[in-house]
Design a protein around this ligand. Structure first.
Ligand SMILES: N[C@@H](CCC(=O)N[C@@H](CS)C(=O)NCC(=O)O)C(=O)O
Length: 345
């Protein structure tokens, strides 16, 4: 008997992870309530202790004794929901495809979010758009004078945080080129099938969709690029918002020996940019360095070291370790030549 009913989420529409989760819950027919707002203030009002790092979205889920706890991080929350609700699951039944799904979900959450944060704050037109809109997403009836103060405050705060995702003048062309290749690969994938891993959505579809809600639906520069290069992706982003009416069957996912070539192009992008970042971050963590530097696709990338991304790498390896030997061999075959294989060696 599932113990989450209804699931409460606290977040805002301009948060890619909030959109990832609401679309997933709709598709999965899981009863939920969304409270639009800032998790810190909503939790304080509800008398629920804040998580160590209150992120968007924050979910309220019961612990083993039934007491509601504030939990963050969409990836493990999705796995918990898989265990608690058996209908319309989003992790492919085939373990090899489940591994590919995990890798792509992580890429969307940790790398595609660099596109998102970069396009939101790096260029003046985008920063002006976000600075105007974000305060209204918290309070549409915000008085004009309050908005006049809120807009420069949020804009300056976020522009100063661009370095956190590694965005600067040196990396800007790399981020832009990666975003374009990502769109082209996804466009070509959607030419052959409606979802990333076949004819039904997987966790990675929702993760990619979450980032695209912003890139296509919120930030002007990234929207222009998407409309120019990837009209199918634009339409797909619209459709993914609510797939509650999609009928699915168990065998609707690709099998590991019938994946389209364009999925390999997407994996090539993961291997080209995200894998070197994950490895350089992990090496810096090992050495205790606060900053890491690496040559990524011909650019010098330098950014803050993150413990969380060290865990991402461990989790990816963990997903691989639990596979049977023949499934590991199939994964190795799928990843050969993409640049992702070095993660597992
Ligand atoms: N890995 C987390 C990431 C969530 C996350 O980073 N949320 C962002 C907003 S979309 C956030 O709350 N950032 C805190 C901040 O910007 O201050 C997940 O999958 O839920």
């Amino acid at each position: 008997m599932p113990d989450v009913k209804p699931l409460v989420l606290i977040g805002v529409p301009p948060s890619p992870y909030t959109r990832k989760m609401t679309a997933l819950l709709r598709y999965r027919h899981i009863d939920y309530r969304i409270i639009w707002g800032d998790p810190g203030s909503v939790l304080t009002e509800m008398g629920i202790p804040l998580p160590k790092v209150p992120l968007l979205p924050t979910c309220l889920m019961p612990d083993t004794s039934g007491v509601l706890q504030a939990v963050c991080d969409s990836t493990p929350i999705i796995r918990r929901l898989e265990a608690e609700f058996s209908h319309r699951q989003v992790i492919p039944a085939n373990p090899v495809m489940a591994f590919i799904d995990y890798l792509l979900e992580d890429f969307a959450d940790e790398w595609c979010t660099k596109y998102m944060f970069h396009y939101r704050w790096a260029l003046d037109e985008d920063a002006d758009n976000a600075g105007t809109l974000l305060p209204f997403f918290h309070k549409t009836d915000m008085p004009v004078d309050t908005h006049k103060q809120f807009k420069p405050w949020i804009t300056n705060k976020q522009v100063r945080r661009l370095h956190v995702v590694g965005s600067n003048d040196v990396t800007a062309p790399l981020i832009d080129a990666s975003y374009r290749r990502f769109l082209v690969a996804l466009e070509s994938l959607l030419e052959t099938q409606p979802f990333i891993l076949g004819r039904r959505p997987s966790a990675c579809d929702f993760a990619i969709y979450g980032q695209l809600t912003q890139l296509v639906g919120f930030d002007p520069s990234s929207r222009k690029i998407a409309h120019a290069l990837a009209p199918r992706v634009v339409a797909w982003t619209g459709l993914m918002e609510d797939q509650c009416g999609l009928e699915t069957a168990g065998n609707d996912w690709n099998t590991s020996d019938e994946i389209p070539a364009s999925l390999t192009s997407l994996l090539n992008e993961v291997g080209r940019v995200y894998v070197p970042a994950l490895l350089a971050n992990a090496a810096a963590l090992n050495r205790g360095d606060k900053i890491w530097e690496a040559d990524i696709d011909g650019s010098l990338w330098s950014q803050q070291t993150f413990g969380y991304q060290g865990k991402c790498l461990e989790w990816i390896k963990g997903e691989f370790k639990v596979l049977s030997q023949s499934d590991q061999e199939s994964v190795n075959k799928l990843l050969a030549g993409t640049g992702c294989e070095v993660l597992l060696s």
